[in-house]
Design a protein around this ligand. Structure first.
Ligand code: 3HC
Ligand code: NAI
Length: 695
C-alpha cells in the first residue's frame, strides 16, 4: 500500500505514503481512490481527511513513472481528483511541508483545504517543461484570481501557505506548532454535515479587463521563455480558465500537457532534474557513510580562485582563514573579496548587517600555524607541481588529524599531490569553476586513495555551498576540461579550413551555448590555453593542434584583459568587434599550410564542436572517470553553459541517435586533421546495439 487508511471517530484519514515526497504514482493513486471509496461505503464515516506521511503532503505526479505506462494508467490523477471532488462526504486536504504539482491539484479537487504555515505551495510543472495537467490551470485561478495564479503557474515558484492564508485556496492555516492531523480531523468533524459541498470548479474567475492582461502576459512570457514552449502554453491554458467552460478548459489543458510531455525540451529538463539528484550518489559510498564536520575552513592562495572559494564558505556561514606567502598578495585578495560584497550590497542583494557578518567570518594569515585547526583546507596556489608539493608537505605537517586536504588543481595529477602527504586518504580534489562564488559546478576529484568518508563529506559540503557536486576520477583535465580540449581543438581546425571566429561563435551560440569558443577564449584569457598547449607539445607531441591560437598569443592578444584577442575591444566595452588583423592572419595561416579554404556549414561547425566532446566523453565513461553519462551532462549544464533545453552533451547525442553521431565522426575522420577523430569503442558499441548513453 502506498496510502494508509485509518478511522478516527467519524473521520476517515487517508495518508499518502510514497517516500520520499509522496509522488502520486499508480499505486498511491489506486490506494487513495480505494480509501475514498471505503470511507464512502462506511456509514460510520462522516468526513474524509487526506494528508501525506513524512516530509510532504505531496510533491506531485511521480516523475519517476513519467516514461512508463504507469503514468497514464487508471486510476489516473484526474480520476483520483474526480473521486475526491465527487464524493458525497466532505473531503479535507491537510497540507504541510510540500504541496506541489499534482499534489496541489488533488488538494484543489478536495472540498476543503487546511494547512500548517511554512508549507511550500506550487505548480512547478513549468520547470520540467510542462504545465499542470490535472486541472491546476483551471482551478488555481478560481481560488487565487487570474494574476496571482498565472504568476505561480508561469514561474513555478513556491509560495508559503501563510502568505495565501487569506485567499480562497485555504479554509484555515493553523498556528505554527499545531498538531495538523488532530486539527484537520476536528475541522472535518465541523463540516461533516455541511451541504452542498463547495467545489472549486463551480467558482468564477473574476478579472476585469482580462483580455488586455492576458495579451500583455503573452507578450512578456514569449519574450522571456527562449526555446521553451511550456511557459506560453501555461498562459494559453490559464486564459482558457476565463474563456471556456470548466470541463472544456480541463480538456484543453490535458491536450497541451500531453503535447508538452513529448517535447525534447521537457525531456531534457526532466533528465536534468534527476541527473542533478543522482550525481551525489556514489555506488560504493552508501548514503549513511559517516561525514566529517566542517565548521572551520582555510584556503591557501588568495588569487582569482582562492578568493572566490573563500566567499563560498562565508556565504554558507563557515568561517575561513586565507593564507598567502606575502602580505601584499593577502591584502589584495581580501580587498577583492570586500569589493565583491560591496558590489552585491550596491545592487541591493545584501544588507549592511549581512555584509558585516560575512566580512567578520574572513581572516587572513601568512602563517601555517594559524590554520592547523581547520576542518578543511582548500589549496588554490599556482598550477605548478613544485608549488603544490611545497604546500601539501607543509599541510601534512600542520593540519590536525582528520582535516580534509583539498586541491583546486585543474590539470595536475591528484594522486601525485596526495602522495606528498602521509595521509593520502584525506586528500580530495575540489575543482571549482571561475568565478568560484558564482558557478554552480564543483568537480569532486576522487583520488586512488581518497577515503570514502572524505568523499561523502565533500559531497555533503558541496550541497551546503549550494553547488552541484559531480565526482570525477583522476585524469588530465578531469571530466569537463578534458572534453573542452577536443572542442577547442576542433574550433582551431575550423579556422584553418575556412571559418572565421565570428562564424564559429555564431553557430555555437545559435545552437544555444552561452558563448562561442572564441568569445569564451577572449573572456577567460587565451594565454591559459597557450600555457597548457606548450606543456603538451613537450609531454604529448602526438596530439595535433592548430597553431593559429599560438600565433594570436605571440601577438600578445590574450583577450579582453589585454584589450585584444580573437576580436578587437574598445575601452570600457565588452562587445567583441571582428578584427581585420586577426582574420587576415587566419587566412594567411591557411595559405601557409596549403589548405584551400572552403565554406563550412553551421551544421558541420556544431557537429564538430559537440561530437568531438561526446566522443571524448564516451572514453571518459569507459575508463570510469565519470560514473554515469548524466554526470557528464551535469558538468556541462552547470559549468560550461551547455544549453539546458538540449539536456547536456550526452543527452543531446542520444536525441540525435548514436548511429548518426558515429556516422558523422567517421566522416570527419576522413577530413582535415582526421587523426583527431577516433571513434570511442563505447560509442561504437552502443550505436551498434541500438542503445543510448542515458539508457
Ligand atoms: N516524483 C518523484 N520523485 C520526486 C518528485 C516527484 N514529483 N519530487 C522529488 N522527488 C524525489 C527526488 O528525485 C529525490 O529522490 P532521491 O532522494 O531518490 O534522489 C527526492 O524526491 C528528494 O528530492 P530533493 O533532493 O529535490 O529534495 P528537497 O527536499 O530539496 O525538495 C521537492 C523536495 C521540493 C519536492 C523537490 O524535489 C521538487 O521540487 N520536486 C519537483 C516537484 C515537481 O516538479 N512536481 C510536479 C510534478 S509534475 C506533475 O505533478 C504533473 C501533474 O500536473 C499532472
Ligand atoms: P592565481 O595566480 O590567481 O592565484 C594563485 C595565488 O596563490 C596567488 O595569489 C599567489 O600569491 C598564491 N600562492 C602561490 N604560491 C603560494 C604558496 N606557496 N603559498 C600560498 N600562496 C601561494 O591563480 P588561480 O587562477 O587562482 O589558480 C589557482 C589554482 O586554481 C590553480 O591550481 C588553477 O589551475 C586552479 N583553477 C583555476 C581556474 C581559473 O579559471 N583561474 C579555474 C579552476 C581551477
Amino acid at each position: 500500500m502506498s496510502a494508509e487508511y485509518q478511522v478516527s471517530g467519524s473521520v476517515a484519514v487517508i495518508t499518502l505514503n510514497n517516500p520520499p515526497v509522496n509522488g502520486l504514482g499508480l499505486a498511491t493513486r489506486a490506494a487513495a481512490v480505494d480509501g475514498i471509496q471505503r470511507a464512502l461505503a462506511d456509514a460510520a464515516v462522516k468526513a474524509i481527511v487526506i494528508t501525506g506521511a513524512g516530509k510532504a503532503f505531496s510533491g506531485g505526479a511521480d516523475i519517476k513513472e513519467f516514461n512508463s505506462p504507469k503514468a497514464l494508467a487508471e486510476p489516473s490523477l484526474a480520476t483520483l481528483i474526480a473521486t475526491a471532488e465527487g464524493a458525497s462526504k466532505p473531503v479535507v486536504a491537510a497540507i504541510h511541508s510540500v504541496c506541489m504539482g499534482g499534489g496541489l491539484e488533488l488538494a484543489l479537487g478536495c472540498h476543503y483545504r487546511v494547512a500548517l504555515p511554512g508549507a511550500q505551495i506550487a505548480l512547478p510543472e513549468v520547470k520540467l517543461g510542462l504545465l499542470p495537467g490535472a486541472g491546476g490551470t483551471q482551478r488555481l485561478p478560481r481560488v487565487l484570481g487570474l494574476e496571482m495564479a498565472l504568476n505561480m503557474i508561469v514561474s513555478g515558484t513556491p509560495v508559503l501557505s501563510e502568505k495565501l492564508a487569506k485567499t480562497a485556496l485555504f479554509d484555515e492555516v493553523f498556528a505554527a506548532g499545531t498538531d495538523l492531523l488532530a486539527a484537520a480531523v476536528a475541522f472535518a468533524g465541523k463540516v461533516a454535515d455541511a451541504r452542498p459541498l463547495p467545489k472549486v470548479r463551480e467558482r468564477k474567475v473574476d478579472y476585469p479587463n482580462h483580455e488586455a492582461f492576458l495579451q500583455f502576459s503573452r507578450n512578456t512570457v514569449k519574450a522571456m521563455s527562449g526555446p521553451f514552449p511550456a511557459p506560453l502554453k501555461c498562459v494559453e491554458t490559464v486564459a482558457a480558465a476565463v474563456a471556456m467552460k470548466f470541463d472544456d478548459g480541463v480538456k484543453f489543458e490535458r491536450e497541451c500537457f500531453l503535447g508538452l510531455m513529448q517535447t525534447t525540451e521537457s525531456k531534457a529538463l526532466r533528465h536534468a532534474f534527476f541527473a542533478e539528484r543522482v550525481a551525489s550518489k556514489v555506488p560504493d559510498v552508501p548514503s549513511d557513510t559517516p561525514t566529517r564536520a566542517i565548521k572551520q575552513a582555510a584556503v591557501i592562495g588568495a588569487g582569482t580562485m582562492g578568493g572566490g572559494i573563500a566567499m563560498n564558505f562565508v556565504n554558507a556561514g563557515i568561517p575561513v582563514i586565507l593564507l598567502e606567502t606575502k602580505q601584499e598578495a593577502l591584502d589584495k585578495g581580501l580587498a577583492t573579496i570586500r569589493k565583491n560584497y560591496e558590489n552585491t550590497m550596491k545592487k541591493g542583494k545584501l544588507t549592511q548587517e549581512k555584509f558585516d557578518q560575512r566580512l567578520a567570518l574572513i581572516s587572513g594569515t601568512l602563517s601555517y600555524e594559524e590554520i592547523g585547526q581547520a576542518d578543511i583546507v582548500v589549496e588554490a596556489v599556482f598550477e605548478d607541481m613544485g608549488v603544490k608539493e611545497t604546500v601539501f608537505r607543509k599541510l601534512d605537517e600542520v593540519m590536525k588529524p582528520g582535516a580534509i586536504l583539498a586541491s583546486n588543481t585543474s590539470t595536475l595529477d591528484l594522486n601525485q599531490i596526495a602522495n606528498f602527504t602521509k595521509r593520502p586518504e584525506d586528500v580530495v580534489g575540489t575543482h571549482f569553476f571561475s568565478p568560484a562564488n558564482v558557478m554552480k559546478l564543483l568537480e569532486i576529484v576522487r583520488g586512488a586513495k581518497t577515503g570514502k568518508d572524505v568523499l561523502a563529506s565533500t559531497l555533503a559540503l558541496s550541497k551546503k555551498l549550494k553547488k552541484t557536486g559531480v565526482v570525477s576520477g583522476v585524469c588530465d583535465g578531469f571530466i569537463g576540461n578534458r572534453m573542452i580540449e577536443q572542442y577547442s581543438r576542433q574550433a582551431g581546425f575550423l579556422l584553418e579550413e575556412g571559418c572565421l571566429p565570428e562564424q564559429v561563435d555564431k553557430a555555437a551560440e545559435k545552437f544555444g551555448f552561452a558563448m562561442g569558443p572564441f568569445r569564451m577564449g577572449d573572456l577567460a584569457g587565451n594565454d591559459i590555453g597557450w600555457y597548457i598547449r606548450k606543456r603538451r607539445y613537450v609531454e604529448s607531441p602526438e596530439i595535433s593542434y592548430s597553431k593559429t591560437a599560438d600565433l594570436l598569443c605571440e601577438l600578445g592578444r590574450y583577450g579582453q584583459k589585454t584589450g585584444a584577442g580573437w576580436y578587437d575591444y574598445k575601452a570600457g566595452d565588452r562587445k567583441a568587434y571582428p578584427s581585420e588583423l586577426v582574420n587576415a592572419m587566419i587566412v594567411q595561416h591557411s595559405a601557409e599550410l596549403g589548405v584551400a579554404r572552403r565554406k563550412v556549414s553551421d551544421q558541420e561547425i556544431v557537429e564538430r564542436l559537440v561530437f568531438s566532446m561526446v566522443n571524448e566523453a564516451a572514453l571518459i565513461l569507459e575508463e570510469g572517470i565519470a560514473m554515469r553519462a548524466s554526470d557528464i551532462d551535469m558538468v556541462y549544464l552547470t559549468g560550461y553553459g551547455f544549453p539546458l533545453f538540449r539536456g547536456g552533451p550526452m543527452f543531446y547525442a542520444d536525441t540525435v541517435g548514436l548511429p548518426n553521431v558515429l556516422a558523422a565522426i567517421e566522416k570527419y575522420a576522413k577530413g582535415h586533421h582526421g587523426e583527431a577523430w577516433r571513434p570511442a569503442p563505447l560509442l561504437a558499441k552502443l550505436a551498434a546495439e541500438g542503445k543510448s548513453f542515458n539508457g
